[in-house]
Ligand binder design. Sequence first.
Ligand code: 5GP
Length: 199
Amino acid sequence: MADHAPGRLLIISGPSGAGKSTVVDRLRHECPVPLIPSVSATTRAPRPGEKDGVDYHFLSLEEFHQRRESGDFLECCEVFGRGHWYGTLKSEVAAGLAAGNWVILEIDVEGAMKVLQQSPEAITLFIHPGSMEELERRLRGRGTETEDAIQRRLEIARHELTFAPRYCHIVENRTVPQAVRDICRILTRIHEGEECSKN
Ligand code: 5GP
């Protein structure tokens, strides 16, 4: 028998540009809850610096659908506005949970709803940019995107924000250290036995 507490699924969603990845990365290193990421599969191409098996399992469209047909995914979808498939592999989740870890699924809102249907006990957390105006300010502040790309991201974000009320915890990301602190406080309380009334 395992000599550790059972693992948990932790679903984290939120519009990109809200600083989600940075927050999740810092959380893993700074929060005293046994957090590990689930490495998703995707059909999109790696960005500079991204490594196969670390950032994502990069698959061709054909491989992705073969694995989908074999039942390898806990959830998968063509993510809204991205034009690419993304999916959570059952193998990633199973290994983490079996070791007593809290497995982080950093996934989009539709994928999150699919996981919740199968695993209603999953912890759900939405990282909120504060307002659309704030998100737009941040996207423009990066200075790296065309007007078209900014408009596209804002459209995706508006869609994602409509799902926020379905999450058990909503954390506004005013600054990265504050968001990490707020989320860590929530996770620590859950670790000590508190549950979400929505679950
Ligand atoms: P990116 O291409 O910028 O890394 O991610 C784009 C979007 O895909 C993000 O909203 C991210 O949360 C979502 N995503 C990443 N992995 C998965 C996954 O396994 N399943 C689902 N449904 N969405 C994912």
